[in-house]
Design a protein around this ligand. Structure first.
Ligand code: NAD
Length: 424
């Protein structure tokens, strides 16, 4: 069944109705999404197999971003986040990109790198060359370890060796490049690194210490771009102001940190909703933002020849569909089913696109009206809940504290007391 991500008025339905609507939009049976319901998600027994000393699970809302077209395919995107306005903002930005074909992506491939640290080499330069001479032997040794990965077309691909001056002397660092296909790949490459380290120590004539992947996954880059319609954005001045805001983030690390935080609002939400490792992706993205030696924006906005806004993003995304919690967590499985991706690369394409959409929405809100109005309107519901409003009372309390422009817990309590007194 063809997917349709353009579901108008999704917010006007109940959560149960929305689940049916997004299943229909994704072209899948509603049962495939059952684990998104709080009572049917990760059980305590399943949690007990994931980490140690389990005593419970924590619930995070999952919203669905609409309007995304990615590489010509409609996708409904699950986003796990506790922050109000993130899902609405992503959906809105995707709507503005949709009229110009949505998001286009490309990938550098699925290569992860493991590092093997050689200490005390007496002849570091010669040791480097000896290791490089043994490239084929080392790759074969690594590939023997993971016949499954090799059978899926992956495996160890290359080796490079760096000489690293450190404050405790010169170290020699071997990088093992592994095509990890549809896995996140940490375990896969760590196992290979540990297995080839003794032979590397022998070749180098010294000892190895650390053998672990780098989260600076710069051989696993996903790029996304989209054209955001000038009229839908609010006109030429808004376009020019977003370009100026983007230039600020490209030039200034203080601004870049917050600009990138906006991107991560989208990226982390999809990474979490699909059971992937949020810390690995965050470490990768921030290290990439600092790749020039100065921390900078992960995205850029320019005006194109037609006067529209064109956004581009480039991020390392170590995410997978096999391994880790992705297969073991029922809600993550439901998230992947909703998104309808079949490869890690498609998943990464969706994640990068959401990051760009989220970024555009934040830059537009900041440049056009300041973030607080839109954000605080949604935040008011959280404030109302914090003040003790029940599910039935939240709407009325939130509406009142927004109308009075006093979105604070103390005031929400006053409004709530008043509301209860009048209805008593
Ligand atoms: P994994 O070892 O569970 O799964 C990967 C394995 O799945 C491959 O080695 C392969 O044998 C098999 N496989 C089956 N089908 C495949 C396919 N289509 N494509 C590729 N492989 C296929 O997990 P992983 O992805 O190697 O590691 C991910 C886990 O490692 C995550 O839970 C992550 O949190 C954790 N981790 C992260 C770090 C870090 O980021 N620094 C360090 C250690 C562990």
């Amino acid at each position: 069944m063809p997917r349709n991500s353009r579901i108008q008025g999704l917010r006007d339905h109940t959560p149960d109705e929305r689940l049916d609507l997004v299943a229909e939009g994704a072209g899948i049976a509603a049962e495939a999404l059952a684990a998104l319901r709080p009572d049917a998600g990760l059980s305590i027994a399943q949690a007990d197999h994931l980490v140690e000393n389990v005593v419970g699970v924590i619930a995070v809302p999952v919203g669905v971003a609409t309007n995304f077209t990615i590489d010509g395919e409609d996708r409904l995107v699950p986003m796990a986040t506790e922050e109000p306005s993130v899902v609405a903002a992503a959906s809105n930005a995707a709507r503005i990109a949709r009229v110009h074909g949505g998001f286009r992506t490309s990938s550098s491939g699925d290569v992860m790198i493991a590092q093997i640290q050689i200490l005390d080499a007496v002849d570091p330069h010669a040791a480097r060359l000896r290791v490089l001479e043994a490239r084929d032997e080392l790759l074969a040794l690594a590939n023997e370890l993971d016949p499954i990965l090799v059978s899926f077309g992956g495996g160890a691909r290359d080796i490079d060796v760096r000489i690293l001056p450190t404050r405790v002397g010169t170290q020699v660092i071997v990088h093992l490049h592994v095509d990890v296909r549809d896995a996140m790949g940490a375990n896969a490459v760590n196992t290979m690194a540990e297995a080839i380290a003794p032979r590397i120590a022998e070749i180098a004539g010294s000892r190895t210490l650390l053998r672990i992947l780098t989260n600076k996954a710069d051989q696993r880059i996903t790029r996304a771009r989209a054209v955001f319609d000038a009229d839908l954005l609010g006109g030429a001045q808004v376009v020019a102001d977003i370009v100026a805001a983007s230039a600020f983030a490209e030039a200034d690390p203080y601004r870049a940190a917050t600009h990138n935080k906006g991107i991560m609002n989208g990226i982390t939400a999809v990474v979490l909703a699909t059971g992937n490792d949020t810390r690995a992706v965050e470490a990768g993205c921030h290290s990439h933002a600092a790749r020039s030696g100065r921390y900078a924006a992960l995205s850029q906005f320019e005006q194109d020849a037609d006067g529209n806004l064109v956004g581009t993003i480039e991020v390392p995304l170590a995410v997978g569909l096999v391994g880790g919690a992705t297969k073991a967590h029922p809600t993550a499985q439901a998230g992947v089913a909703l998104l309808g991706v079949e490869t890690a690369r498609e998943l990464a394409a969706a994640i990068a696109s959401v990051g760009l959409a989220q970024n555009l929405a934040a830059c537009r809100a900041l440049a056009a009206e300041g973030i607080q109005r839109g954000h605080m309107t949604l935040h008011a519901r959280t404030i109302a809940a914090s003040a003790g409003a029940t599910v039935d009372e939240i709407g009325a309390v939130a509406a009142r504290i927004v109308a009075d422009r006093r979105i604070r817990v103390e005031y929400a309590r006053e409004v709530l007391d008043e509301l209860r007194a009048t209805s008593a």
